[in-house]
Design a protein around this ligand. Sequence first.
Ligand code: ADP
Length: 375
Amino acid sequence: MAQVTESGILEALKVVKDPDSGQDVVAAGMVSGLVIKDGNVAFALEVDPQRGPHLEPLRKEAEKTVHALDGVLSVSVVLTAEAQAQTPPPHQGHPGGQAVGRGNGQGMIPSLPGIKHVIAVASGKGGVGKSTVSANLALALAAEGLRVGMMDADIYGPSQPRMLGIHGQPQTKDGQTLEPMENYGIKVMSMGLLIPEDTPMIWRGPMVMSAIQQLLRDVNWGELDVLVVDMPPGTGDAQLTMAQQVPLAGAVIVSTPQDIALLDARKGLNMFRKVEVPVLGIIENMSYFSCPNCGHRTEVFSHGGANKEAERLGVDFLGEIPLDIEIRETSDGGHPIVVSKPDSDHAKVFRDIGARIWAKLEATSAKSMPKIVVQ
Ligand code: ADP
């Protein structure tokens, strides 16, 4: 099969003309964030926010043009508003002072018909165990008999393929959508499966969205009860854009006791509140140390902080997970504790948290259902 190259794609795109200026999209500098992986292509067309609505034919034309190239298996093109990607300035943390809402960007993914609930698992910073908790939580939900998907949106350090023991590469049946990979009964898709783990990538705003859209819209998720999204750590622009543009039913914040004290978890909370995504609650990870030999429990940090803080902030406390070598070894080794030791206390904690989250999701969607009036 022919090798798909960046220059080949840009050459082909020269026939795609911006209807307003008559200039081709490459010369006009509209193409950005081009990602090529084994014949799967994604890029963004940067457009003026006001012009977005009538440029759908341009987006489609660009997609069709690249798709016609030899060796191209799938193409995902998104329209990205430059102004949106640059506000606020990239060096500043978000949330800032200005009001932001959901669905005001060009790239909002309207709805995902087969997926009942999409939940984000987020953290104020990296290394708090967000991915470990996401993996175990997804498996805990599956243990409830639910149909579960895991979308690894942690594009800076995708770890779900490793944690969920996924090997190989996703395939496409129709050349348009990718089939998710599967293990332990859950469907998984990750940038880590599309881009080799050691490829250095600098993600800019539009690229992040094009990657996320590809993971969400161009994957054949089928029917799911819950899609768990392992978010990139932190609360910068990429996270904010994602929270705005992915139709989230709710968010779960993972934090460690010290992280709560340092306000990082609060930043995450505020970010979701600003974009009106319900926060389902906080999970305290590495809450206390449980001795692998004697089972003795040691409060390493000021344990219990998350519970108190959650109460103060008016969000639910979903549970606490100990710092335990078994949790680390099992998830890092591709056999998370919920599936490798389902009868352990730790697995039970994750299942309890999963059940609590599921109940909340069901309660929220029941509330938003139209009421039937019997006369
Ligand atoms: P994040 O996604 O927040 O960056 P990870 O889930 O990758 O964090 O976790 C970072 C490291 O900490 C991993 O090696 C993981 O196995 C370990 N870890 C996470 N949670 C626990 C825990 N409760 N007990 C022991 N190790 C943990």
